[in-house]
Ligand binder design. Sequence first.
Ligand SMILES: [Zn+2]
Length: 58
Amino acid sequence: MTAKKSKKLPRAATWYEMEGTFKFRNKFCPKCGSVMAFHREPTPRWHCGKCGFTQFQR
Ligand SMILES: [Zn+2]
């Protein structure tokens, strides 16, 4: 961990970044096993670009 030359970030900002990283976990396609992409519009869903499998979020 190297400190940046700018001022320290407030703790809250650091936490927000970390949480955002951890929250966004990729799913794996149950059909072909590749990483699925999350789309919010028009309906929240996970989509596999490889085989076209779509799983809707509820
Ligand atoms: Zn797939």
